[in-house]
Design a protein around this ligand. Structure first.
Ligand SMILES: NC(=O)c1ccc[n+]([C@@H]2O[C@H](COP(=O)([O-])OP(=O)(O)OC[C@H]3O[C@@H](n4cnc5c(N)ncnc54)[C@H](O)[C@@H]3O)[C@@H](O)[C@H]2O)c1
Length: 254
């Protein structure tokens, strides 16, 4: 039996319109899952994601909403279950990044970061977890970052790093809370990956420094989160919960 096989499973993925969420949507579909893709209205690459998923013979449902609004997540999740069937797998990849010196950071910039990257991820876990706990089965995968465990030299993003540290802790606490009720909760911590988030001119020099400091001497490609996401979402990881899996070319090993 192939315990990595996701045939017949259905996955709800936030932030699936771009970057890592999109790459995970495609990887889960290649492993056999149908996909409900949740992103902001008009998110750029939903059509590309859809075409790639159709090419592997799976269905994709496009859902528009905002993770800062719990009602919009709940409405979308219900629609996904009506149209695709019960959701077995959730991946929470919606997020933003920006920089700013901590001592002068406007309150609004700090609060928006918390609202999307931390609060929005918690609302997502809450909606997904509630449905999965009622059925006694499910897997939730949260997108953290190596920046939740370490600061990148020269990168002024204390607010972003704080959200990712909180995502790692939240993941482990939810894993402990729900482990006896059939729901696994894990997270991924990528290093710098080649997504639209890292094509911002403000991080170009940091990306170059990161690649030079990384034992593998390069940044990651979006598809390189796919295998770890399939593993943690599958029966192959049936005894894994509360895991923070680094996908960083060895960066946190040094
Ligand atoms: N790219 C990297 O190097 C990297 C590294 C570590 C962690 N991450 C994390 O991975 C996740 C995805 O990053 P990415 O590189 O794919 O970025 P991206 O900008 O390519 O994609 C992020 C997606 O999230 C969506 N989104 C943003 N705010 C939203 C909201 N309020 N509601 C719903 N959707 C929203 C965007 O529309 C976009 O489609 C983020 O949580 C990010 O912090 C990225």
């Amino acid at each position: 039996m192939n315990r990595f096989d996701l045939t017949g499973k259905r996955a709800f993925i936030t932030g699936a319109g771009s970057g890592l969420g999109q790459a995970i949507a495609i990887a889960l579909a290649q492993a056999g899952a149908d996909i409900a893709s949740f992103d902001l209205p008009g998110a750029s690459n939903q059509a590309d994601t859809s075409a790639s998923i159709a090419a592997c013979g799976r269905q994709m449902l496009v859902l528009a909403g905002d993770v800062t609004d719990p009602v919009s997540i709940e409405t979308a999740f219900d629609r996904a279950e009506q149209e695709l069937g019960e959701i077995d797998i959730a991946v929470n990849s919606a997020g933003i990044a920006n920089v700013g010196a901590a001592e002068v950071m406007p309150h609004a910039q700090f609060l928006r970061m918390m609202d999307i990257n931390l609060n929005g991820l918690f609302w997502s876990c809450q909606v997904e977890g509630r449905r999965m706990l009622a059925r006694g089965r499910g897997s939730i995968l949260n997108m953290a970052s190596i920046c939740g465990s370490t600061a990148i030299p020269g990168l002024e993003q204390a607010h972003y790093d704080a959200t990712k540290a909180a995502v790692i802790r939240l993941t482990k606490s939810l894993a402990a809370e729900w482990a006896g009720r059939g729901v696994r909760v894990n997270c991924l911590s990528p290093g710098f990956m080649a997504t639209p988030m890292n094509s911002r001119p403000e991080v170009a020099e940091n990306v170059r420094i990161f690649a030079a400091m990384t034992p593998m001497k390069r940044m990651g490609q979006p598809h390189e989160v796919g295998g770890p996401a399939v593993f943690l979402s599958s029966e192959a990881a049936s005894y894994c919960t509360g895991v923070d899996l680094n996908i960083d070319g060895g960066f946190l090993s040094i």
